[in-house]
Design a protein. Structure first.
Length: 132
């Protein structure tokens, strides 16, 4: 007798693939045409893309953050905070590219959450912010 697939009530909690900045072409477009908003431990480059799904990406340079372990940790920390805010974020019209600073590695989680929330509000991607 074949096994039947399990159906669960578990919610998928990752950022959907259609909402991720994946290609170097997308990253370059955001860097070239976007505006940067700076916080204490990271910055976000925001590009308005009316009529397109909102997308988010994370980049960390060796010069800005450090070696591979530090860069991966920095991206993971930012990705997790954005992932938790994703259900309330706007689904259309913005591409966001997060860039961590070295200070992010030692920052307290609550301080980092406050930074990211402020950037999301200022970019218009999260309720209470001005739409660019």
């Amino acid at each position: 007798m074949p096994l039947e697939p399990r159906v669960t009530d578990r919610r998928i909690e990752s950022i959907p693939e259609a909402h991720r900045l994946r290609t170097s072409r997308d990253h370059a477009a955001v860097k070239q045409g976007g505006r940067a908003l700076r916080a204490r431990h990271c910055l976000v480059v925001v590009l308005a893309r009316p009529g397109e799904p909102s997308k988010v990406g994370f980049v960390a340079s060796r010069r800005g953050v450090g070696g591979a372990v530090q860069r991966n940790r920095a991206r993971r920390r930012l990705r997790e905070i954005v992932r938790r805010h994703w259900p309330e974020m706007t689904r259309e019209g913005l591409w966001l590219l997060f860039v961590p600073f070295r200070s992010l590695l030692a920052a307290a989680h609550t301080e980092l959450v406050a930074d990211v929330e402020r950037l999301l509000r200022e970019s218009g991607a999260w309720p209470g912010g001005a739409r660019s």
